[in-house]
Design a protein around this ligand. Sequence first.
Ligand code: GLN
Length: 402
Amino acid sequence: MRTPVPEYLQGVLDECYGGDVGQVADYIPELAAADPDRLAVALATLDGPVHAAGDVALRFTIQSVSKPFVYALALRDRGLEAVVERVGVEPSGDAFNEVSLEPGTGRPRNPMINVGAIVTHSLVGDPGLGEDERVAAVVDGLSAFAGRPLEVDEAVYVSELDTAHRNLALAHMVRSHGVVQADPVELVRGYTRQCAVLVDVRDLAVMAATLANGGVNPVTGVSVVPAWVARQVLSVMATCGMYDAAGDWFTSIGIPAKSGVSGAIIGALPGEVGIGVLSPRLDHFGNSVRGVRICERLSRDMGLHLMASPASGANVIRYFDADGDSIELALQGGLHYATAEHVLNVMSRVEPDDRPLTLDLSRVTVVNDVADRMLREGIRRLGLDGHDVTLVAPEHLARRQL
Ligand code: GLN
């Protein structure tokens, strides 16, 4: 069988193509030359397959879509406290290139606007790194997210640097507040190179899927950043990723996302999927017009809104039989707070007596910490009630010593 997903994606592109609303970014001369009507989309699943449609071979510069990934690298390399001390996590409600600094401290409001991203760029790798070494660490990190070696488009880099007066002003501002120690000109060169890294939509989808997958690249299996970092980055994307359109985006589409002036958008839905889209026409917020439309469609068609109620915990019980001389309880799927709560609820209905009880976890795929503790306590209490509990657990769960 050939999977129907690429055809579905092509259908979405065809339907979202219409109109010529929006302008290609022209403040970076090289970007002004982009064909406004190129269009591509990719979905990276957490099992590995990547589906794509449209101009999938087209390479473009990553621009601001680099920001969440570089924020992730800074968190990994310096830890939460050191990063949050220098860059906040509050939505700015301002445009991407605004001077959004917290009064008093001079700390940029978040890492998704330029001034915050210039600071997070400075926090990648060891504090002692020189300019080129830091850029190399950033490009290596972005490559690990994409699962292939990425490179900088020097022409776009030079073209943006020639007109980077505003970013230079931002870097000088944070330097004057002591938020960064590095030379502002070096920092803007490094940050501009970071924005000029070349990617295609598949790369974007895999990078997003890595965040959605707790920091593990689903194609290469490499753990790029720890799970707490992925959670922090997705949270900031949810609140700040679409600049001053973040509220509108999150209520209607409900996927943590980030856009860039080349017309790229990524969406990362935790535990589900990574999305990459490219369409260079931008709205006045600097977000891709058709990209937003495509993401709206995908979210609606595939039920991807993060705030939609998730499936009930009831299907965690594969079977439960307490009528005979022994009691059988078999579970399936993932055990987390809500499903473990449901299991405890079922266990609490078992009468105290001396019948043996078998708890079969052979169809359980994952158990998180809270579910592990809840189940353990349930087993202990069933024992106190007089049952002799036998646990059937597959190797990966047995290792957790349930
Ligand atoms: N390199 C661009 C800049 O700094 C990135 C902005 C963006 O993609 N929104 O202006």
